[in-house]
Design a protein around this ligand. Structure first.
Ligand code: CA
Length: 443
C-alpha cells in the first residue's frame, strides 16, 4: 500500500521495470521494489559524499525536536539516529522516470498469472480459519484479502529489503516530499518504541512500505490490528495480523460486505463512452437500460447499485462496471491498473474465468513463467541477463533489443508473446556470416 503521492509513482516504477512482477507497485510496495530491481541497479549508487553526511547529520539534529513533539521518546530518537547513515540510492529512486511504458496487458499478465492463482489458492487453504474470522469481523471476503496479499508481496515472499529507518530518514532530508517522509520516519520510530518490532525486521520498499501487505508506517499506526492474540501488531512475521490489517484497511476505506468489486461487461454498439470512468457512477439499472450486459450476455444485476464504466485500454479493449468496493481497493494504492489486478485476481481465486475480451494488441503479455523462459532462452544465446527471475530489467531489455533485431522484430525491448515464440522457434543464434560447416564426424 502506498500513499496517494505514490499513486503516480508506483505505476512508473512498474513501468520502468518493464512489467509488474512483484507486488505493489507503488513505489511504496515491496512488489514494486522487487519489480524494479533493474531500475534500482541503474539508479545512482547509495554512496554518500562527506557533504551528504554532514547535511544528513545536521538534518537529523533539526528533526529531533519535532520527533519529541510527535511522541517519540528522545532517548529512542538519539539511540537510533546515532547509528543511521544515509542511503542516497533512494533519493535517486524518487526521481526515476520510466523509459518504457508498460501496457496494461503486460502489467496484468505478470500480476495475475496461473502461478499466482495457484499460490493464492494454497494460501487461502492454509489460512482459511483466519480469513474467515477476518471476514466475520471486518466484512471483507477471503479472496479479496488474499489477492491484496498476493499482489503486494507475492504472499509474503517479497517484503522488500531496504531498512525502513535508513530509507525514510534519507528521504526526510533529501529530495522532494521531505515533509511527507518525515511523518513516516517519525511513525517508524513510534513503531520501534511502542510496538516491539525490532529494527532488524523493519525492512521494506525504498519508499517505506513494509510487511506482508506493505503498509506505510503511518498507516500501520492507524489501522494495523493484532489478530493472532499475542499482543503485538506484527505485519512482518504474523500472517494473521497482516491479513486482518488489510481487511481493516478496506473496511475503513468504505468496503461494503457482499458487494462485488464489479465485473466485465459487453457494451452495445454505438454506446457513447466519452464520459466513462471509475468515478462517473450511474445506477446499474441505467447501464442496463442502455444495453450493457454481462460479458457472457446475461443481464446486469437488478437494482440501482452505483457503478462506473472502466475502460483500461480504451473503448476497443475489455470493459468493466466497477462499484465502490473497487474504489476501496483503489485506495490501497491509487492506481486503476493495480486495483484491477487485485480485483481480477480475487475473481480467479473464487474460480472465475480470465478476462474474456481480448486486449487491443496482437502481441499479448507474458506470465512470470513465460518471462523466465524468455530469460532462459536469452541466456542460452549467450546473453548475461542474470538469474532468470521473471523481472524484465535493464539487462534483459537490452538483450531483447539485440535479439529482436536479429529476428527481424521491432526492437522495443519488450518481452511479449511474439518475441517468445520467435525465440522458441530459433533457440540458437544463427550467425549470418559464418559458413555452414558440417557437424563433426562421429568418432
Ligand atoms: Ca499479533
Amino acid at each position: 500500500m502506498t500513499h496517494h503521492f505514490f499513486a503516480r509513482l508506483l505505476p512508473l516504477l512498474l513501468l520502468s521495470a518493464g512489467g509488474a512482477a512483484g507486488a505493489a507497485p507503488q513505489p511504496p510496495s515491496a512488489s514494486a521494489a522487487s519489480q524494479t530491481s533493474a531500475a534500482a541497479s541503474s539508479a545512482p549508487a547509495g554512496a554518500a559524499t562527506p557533504a551528504d553526511f554532514a547535511a544528513y547529520r545536521s538534518c537529523l539534529a533539526a528533526l529531533r525536536p519535532e520527533a519529541g513533539q510527535r511522541g517519540v521518546d528522545l532517548a529512542v530518537f538519539d539511540a537510533q539516529a546515532a547509528t543511521l547513515a544515509p542511503d542516497m540510492a533512494v533519493v535517486g529512486l524518487l526521481d526515476v522516470q520510466p523509459e518504457f511504458k508498460t501496457p496494461i496487458w503486460d502489467y496484468l499478465a505478470g500480476l495475475v498469472d496461473q502461478e499466482r492463482v495457484d499460490d493464492g489458492l494454497a494460501a487461502m487453504a492454509r489460512w482459511r480459519d483466519e480469513l474467515a474470522r477476518a471476514q466475520a469481523q471486518f466484512g471483507v471476503d477471503p479472496a479479496t484479502v488474499a489477492a491484496v496479499w498476493g499482489v503486494e508481496s507475492n504472499f509474503g515472499r517479497n517484503l522488500g529489503g531496504r531498512p525502513l529507518l535508513t530509507s525514510l530518514s534519507t528521504l526526510s532530508c533529501f529530495g522532494r516530499r521531505q515533509a511527507y517522509f518525515r511523518g513516516e520516519f517519525y511513525a517508524t520510530l513510534k513503531i520501534l518504541q511502542d510496538e516491539h518490532v525490532s529494527r532488524e525486521r523493519l525492512n521494506g520498499s525504498w519508499a517505506g512500505a513494509f510487511g506482508q501487505t506493505q503498509f506505510m508506517p503511518s498507516t500501520y499506526l492507524r489501522l494495523a490490528v493484532d489478530f493472532d492474540g499475542d499482543g503485538r501488531r506484527d505485519l512482518v512475521d504474523s500472517v494473521p495480523d497482516a491479513l486482518a490489517s488489510t481487511a481493516n484497511f478496506l473496511k475503513e476505506a468504505g468496503w461494503q460486505p457482499g458487494l462485488p468489486w464489479g465485473f466485465e461487461v459487453r457494451l452495445p454498439t454505438g454506446l457513447d463512452t466519452s464520459g466513462a470512468g471509475r468515478r462517473s457512477k450511474r445506477p446499474m439499472s441505467a447501464w442496463a437500460a442502455q444495453g450493457v450486459m454481462r460479458v457472457d450476455g446475461s443481464p446486469l444485476p437488478a437494482g440501482d447499485t452505483p457503478a462506473g464504466l472502466l475502460l483500461p485500454a480504451g473503448p476497443r479493449g475489455p470493459a468493466f462496471l466497477v462499484t465502490r468496493n473497487f474504489d476501496a481497493i483503489y485506495s490501497y494504492n491509487a492506481a486503476e491498473s493495480y486495483a484491477l489486478a487485485i480485483s481480477h485476481l480475487s475473481d480467479r481465486l473464487r474460480g472465475g474465468p480470465a478476462i474474456a475480451q481480448p486486449w487491443p494488441t496482437d502481441d499479448p503479455g507474458l506470465s512470470r513463467a513465460e518471462r523466465r523462459e524468455v530469460q532462459a532462452l536469452l541466456a542460452a544465446r549467450g546473453f548475461d541477463v542474470g538469474r532468470p527471475d521473471g523481472i524484465i530489467g535493464t539487462r534483459t531489455r537490452e538483450a531483447l533489443q539485440t535479439v529482436q533485431r536479429e529476428l527481424g522484430l521491432p526492437a522495443d525491448g519488450r518481452a511479449g508473446m511474439r518475441t517468445l515464440q520467435a525465440l522458441r522457434a530459433q533457440p540458437q543464434a544463427q550467425p549470418p556470416s559464418q559458413p555452414a560447416s558440417p557437424p563433426p564426424a562421429a568418432p
